[in-house]
Design a binder for this molecule. Structure first.
Ligand code: NAP
Length: 285
């Protein structure tokens, strides 16, 4: 049996949160408590669970969680007004609008109404543009988590061929740009890509962001490839077939316990950073 590296997201997340503790204390001495406002529209039970988990994660490390729950019938105008109020609330440092909102709401407009300085979830068009220019303060949290894992384990990126499967605005596209900004050679694949297994065969780094359980197969992989599974499907199942990929991979994230916990820690980190920037404290790396 060869020596694969299991990339332990819980460990990475714990270290990220430990580093935040002293920064939260420094803010507290200045009378500032970082605050994340979450907005949930409607009664989708998975979304409600995600919002609750994020709120609990905040409270555990001393970030205030302000939870706004709006009815399914909320109009776009009403939602925009709530966002504007939070934009102007000096005690709120970060705003997270839980995706998806009910289909009658203009979600893109709602995201783009979030003040860029409070866009800790990295959902605004402006924030995306800044990430593309390698100047973003708050990239969206799952791509930020993937980069955090690569950096934590000192896995080489420069010059490597990264294949990203998925091109969503919140995951596939931004992670592709972030890898490119660190000098990977990036191929972006999607549902219309032909010969996907052959493309994946050339990858040193594979990011699975497909939304299909156990989609990526071990037989597609180059021996020793680094596999980052962003997938989170019902039953705690990732987008890669873990058992077969483990046989070929040099390093791999499990599901659960891989990218997921790091994603939440990125949200906390961005909220603390937003509070520091507002207080004109220089944020730690
Ligand atoms: P999404 O918006 O549904 O996007 C899925 C992407 O996969 C699309 O770009 C789609 O291509 C592509 N795709 C679908 N079928 C494909 C196929 N047969 N071959 C190649 N590409 C295919 O999903 P998402 O929001 O990016 O999420 C992706 C996964 O990450 C999901 O499992 C989700 O649960 C998970 N996720 C996890 C976290 C976390 O915190 N860990 C956060 C967010 C999302 P087209 O563009 O052509 O349709």
């Amino acid at each position: 049996m060869k020596n694969q590296l299991i990339l332990d997201g819980k460990r990475v997340a714990t270290e990220v949160k430990e580093k935040l503790t002293s920064r939260i204390e420094t803010l507290s001495k200045k009378g500032i408590t970082p605050c994340l406002a979450t907005i949930l529209v409607g009664d989708n039970s998975s979304s409600a669970t995600y919002v609750r988990m994020k709120g609990n994660a905040c409270e555990r490390i001393g970030i205030t969680s302000k939870q706004v729950h709006l009815s399914e019938q909320t109009t776009t105008e009403e939602l925009l007004q709530v966002i504007e109020e939070l934009n102007h609330d000096n005690n709120v440092h970060g705003i997270l609008l839980q995706h998806p909102v009910p289909s009658h709401i203009n979600e893109r407009l709602a995201f783009d109404t979030i003040d860029i300085d409070k866009d800790v979830d990295g959902v605004t068009s402006l924030g995306f543009g800044q990430v593309a220019f390698n100047q973003g303060k708050f990239p969206s949290c799952t791509p930020a988590a993937i980069m955090e894992v690569l950096h934590y384990y000192n896995l080489p990126i420069e010059g490597k061929h990264a294949v990203v499967i998925g091109r969503s605005p919140i995951l596939g596209k931004p992670i592709s740009l972030m890898l490119l900004n660190e000098n990977a050679t990036v191929t972006i694949c999607h549902s219309k890509t032909e010969n996907l297994p052959e493309i994946v065969k050339n990858a040193d780094i594979v990011v699975a962001a497909v939304g299909k359980p156990e989609f990526v197969q071990g037989e597609w992989l180059k021996e020793g490839a680094v596999i980052l599974d962003a997938g989170y499907n019902e039953g705690n199942i990732g987008d890669v077939d873990y058992e077969s990929c483990l046989e070929k991979a040099g390093a791999i994230t499990p599901v659960p316990g891989g990218i997921g916990p790091v994603t939440i820690s990125m949200l906390l980190k961005h909220t603390v950073m937003a509070a520091e920037l507002k207080a004109e404290l220089s944020p730690a790396k």
